[in-house]
Ligand binder design. Sequence first.
Ligand code: ZN
Ligand code: ZN
Ligand code: ZN
Length: 372
Amino acid sequence: MSPGGPAIRGAREHARSAKRRALVSLAALALFACASPAVDVASADARGGRPPQDVAPRSASSASPAAESASASAAVTGARVRVLGIAQDGGIPHAACTCPRCQAARELPSRREYVASLGLVLPSRTLLVDATPDLRAQLDMLADVGARGQGAARGGVDRHPVDGVLLTHAHIGHYLGLAFFGFEAIHTSRLTVHASPAMGAFLTKHAPWAQLVALENLALAPIAAGERVALGDDVYVTALSVPHRDEYADTLAYRIEGPRARVLYLPDCDPWARWPADNDPRALFDAVDVALVDGSFYSGDELPGRDLAKIGHPLMTETMELLASRVASGRLRVRFVHLNHSNPALDPASPARRELESRGFAVARTGEELPL
Ligand SMILES: [Zn+2]
Ligand SMILES: [Zn+2]
Ligand SMILES: [Zn+2]
């Protein structure tokens, strides 16, 4: 996300519009109820669209059914996941990229996307999943909930903007935002950060992260693969080990279980065929109702000259093959996140997007909410 006021203004507008949206009728909620009869997985646009509201929106005629369902908002109450961004680590516009999609995003801020992240909005606590380079704006997208939503800490820096952070891994889109919790910015006090033991060790040993630990801006709370932790309000998170290029530490996905639904957050992983025999990805999907899953690339075509075998992510086309029967039967809802700027499915009118939606899949929308 390019720096500057529009995104922040948009997020403030979001906070105001989210309150207005809280009045939306339950009839609207029913319109967007989950295809699966087992779980009430409505989605709602709690943020009111992409950052700036003062630019030309995408025309209604070009909006996909999924986009329309998200923009026609519905109030989700109780514990829920709020999508705070859907882009791959480099953001959209991607840093220094002048491809047509990134240029369009510069000219039309409604086409911009924050780096993939979730808010876990519980009745008594608010947590972040991953701390992205877009963290400032993403914290503003949580200003209507938690202590600030109750009116606390107005008129100054809120030193306790969230109650905790869950980190997936040590790639730039997933933890650089931790820096804003440090001395130069928010200066939090013992903010709980759940991370794998290896990720915790990486943060403890290496500057500038080590200073956040030494000054106790952060309080590391290791969560090992397979471990299940209570987050409060009858919501639990389980860390899941997933294969990914792990230069500095290992990679976790999270299964977040609430009274109403189980949600998998798996933004980054190796192609399914490369998963080890003792870690079958299908088992992860069989244990949830909704999956927010790595959608970095649609197909091998979008990266001319690159060897498909060396792409370090499952292609959307492969994921649709893997999960076709689960989605078709209504046992699983899939919403892609972590889209690279090259991914044609970012355009709601693209053949790629139409194809995935015709097969029952969707691209997550920033601001939408999923009940837990
Ligand atoms: Zn990533
Ligand atoms: Zn680009
Ligand atoms: Zn990664």
